[in-house]
Design a protein around this ligand. Structure first.
Ligand code: 1PR
Length: 550
């Protein structure tokens, strides 16, 4: 039984599946509007989601003849809610797409975040605090809740405030931005409520039920101030593959070897089985994971793309897990067994349509970076990374890096980017460089991690998932030297991965590096710690984390 119908603008930008899942979860039936004649004139309540590039979304709006009908819809007083670029489109324009006109409800341009002191895109959980209306909430927004943002461009609060909007602001390392805003029948959020856990679903529900003003508990100003800002993200990662019985399982390697050690007849040499992917993902969501990443660690080379089991896993997971989902493994141009060629962009699109918010590219990014250097550091424009980033936005493309340590005796003994290590090699070598690998560490390449990450940042990657094969599964803590080195190489966010064995390791990586997020796998799969244990520990030590009960 549905509680009502919601019309949603479908400009085919980004992940509409997540929004549809959130609305279904709340009991609503979704009707898609691809063109004005799909029912815009009779719609009673409208959502306008937009992801990716401002120019792309607004041009699509214009090309499909939506501009005047949308203005008429707004003028009629019927409720509309913009999401992400759906908020930005209400402004006159954006420095992201000079010359492309927005709807112009607010006479100002959206501007890029300053990346000289922080990572851009701004990815993660941040506040949306109503500042200009005392003691009033706005469509279920809570001052002590966190919401999921992913954007490089921000709207400044000054002009909307002057124009009479109620504005909820966020703060990213001192730079304020509009997190949500409302005037009359128009409400918009820069964050993704459909990806903001319980707190986000509450906002969508309040909007759909028309509960604009809600009294919020009187929170002390010092608590609110402490709560402002981007949280440290804790990500759970699920390596997925088919086991020897043909079932798709969550597995976990030691330095990428996922087969059980020993000779015991029942398990020796078999793929380690740590549970069913959808169930494990749900468990981590309920434990408070800020994101869930699935890595398909064996490619689907012999499987027609549409039958790829990972698609089903994503579809099922995104029905109940309302935080961002990343999918990696096999994002490249593929050839189906019947000879049909499928571009990486089509592969990624299929994943986005199945509920993924980001795709993660491993091997193909290394090969693309090698070609980038072979061309004298020139972009080709047609690599999978570039085409996906152009179509879906940089924030939707993660590059997963699988490096191995190579020890050397001196700085000059290799052409690669070398760092002095506090953990000398087996023969006392004091220097190390990080060698890129492909195919899950099986093949070494003549490329170092510094070269890879700087190249993929230029190609349009939005985030780096930084593994380290030497550390993977060792429970000995993250490779802080590698993480610091990569953080100094790029402006895009970095997710530290490999080696987490306990909550202290997470505190360590957040205190001793500037990493934007940290990922754990084995320690969660083996039930040694829950995601909540890590977040509580970080919170007890004064770090800002998201608490999904709020
Ligand atoms: O090359 O684009 O097809 O992508 C393949 C993807 O699969 C890459 O992201 C690659 O990292 C991953 N992968 C391939 N083989 C393995 C393997 O383990 N045999 N897993 C593998 C990588 C590494 C981590 C792991 C952390 C944390 N998994 O993500 O989750 O190291 O583990 P820990 O906390 O237990 O130490 P393509």
């Amino acid at each position: 039984m549905t509680v009502g119908t919601v019309h949603v603008l479908d400009l085919e930008s980004g992940n509409l599946q997540s929004l549809s899942n959130a609305l279904t979860k709340l009991g609503y039936e979704v009707k898609w509007i691809k063109k004005p004649s799909d029912g815009l004139d009779t719609a009673e309540i409208l959502l306008f989601p937009g992801v990716g590039n401002f120019g792309h979304v607004v041009t699509e709006l214009r090309n499909r003849g939506f501009v005047e009908p949308l203005r008429a819809y707004i003028a009629s007083g019927r409720p509309i809610m913009g999401i992400c670029v759906g908020l930005q489109a209400l402004f006159s324009g954006s420095t992201e797409s000079p010359g492309v006109k927005g709807l112009g409800l607010i006479p100002a341009d959206v501007q890029k975040f300053n990346n000289s002191t922080k990572s851009v895109p701004h990815i993660g959980w941040n506040s949306a605090l109503v500042t200009n209306v005392a003691d009033e909430g706005l469509y279920g927004l809570r001052a002590d809740s966190k919401y999921y943002y992913v954007h490089s461009y921000r709207a400044d609060a000054a002009v909307p405030l002057r124009e009479g909007w109620t504005v909820a602001i966020g703060n990213y390392n001192g730079e304020e931005f509009v997190g949500a805003m409302c005037k009359d029948n128009v409400f918009a959020t820069q964050f993704h409520p459909e990806k903001s856990g319980v707190a986000g679903l509450q906002v969508i529900r309040a909007f759909l039920q028309g509960h604009r003003i809600s009294k919020v508990p009187g929170l002390q100003t010092d608590i609110l101030k402490r709560n402002m800002g981007l949280t440290k993200r804790v990500i759970a990662c699920l390596d997925v593959r088919t086991n020897d019985d043909g079932d798709l399982v969550v597995t976990k390697g030691d330095q990428y070897d996922v087969r059980e050690k020993g000779t015991a007849k029942d398990v020796g040499g078999k793929v380690r089985n740590l549970g069913k992917p959808v169930e494990v993902a749900e468990r981590y969501y309920l434990q408070g994971a800020d994101e869930v990443t699935f890595l398909n660690i064996t490619s689907f080379r012999n499987c027609p793309l549409v039958d790829t089991p990972m698609l089903e896993i994503l579809k099922k997971t995104s029905e109940t897990v309302f935080v961002p989902l990343t999918i990696g493994g096999g994002i490249r141009d593929v050839v189906d067994p019947d000879g049909t060629k499928i571009s990486a962009l089509e592969v990624a699109s299929l994943y986005f349509r199945s509920g993924a918010d980001k795709v993660s590219i491993g091997s193909d990014a290394v090969l693309a970076a090698e070609q980038f250097y072979a061309r004298g550091e020139e972009l080709s424009g047609d690599t999978p990374l570039e085409t996906i980033s152009r179509a879906y936005g940089a924030q939707a493309v993660v590059v997963s890096v699988d490096p191995k340590r190579v020890y050397v005796t001196s700085k000059d003994s290799t052409n690669h980017h070398v760092i002095k290590t506090a953990y000398p090699g087996p023969n006392g070598e004091e220097y190390v460089w990080y060698q890129c690998t492909i195919k899950g560490g099986r093949e070494l390449r003549d490329l170092d991690v510094w070269q890879l990450v700087t190249a993929v940042e230029k190609m349009g990657a939005g985030e780096i998932l930084l593994n380290c094969i030497d550390k993977d599964g060792t429970n000995s803590g993250f490779d802080l030297e590698l993480i610091n080195d990569v953080k100094s190489a790029v402006k895009i966010p970095v997710i530290a991965s490999s080696g987490a064995g306990n909550p202290e390791h997470f505190l360590d990586v957040f205190e001793k590096t500037n990493t934007d997020a940290a990922l754990g796998a084995g320690m969660f799969h083996r039930n040694e710690y829950k995601v909540a244990d890590v977040k509580n520990y970080l919170s007890e030590h004064g770090l800002l984390v998201r608490n999904d009960s709020q």
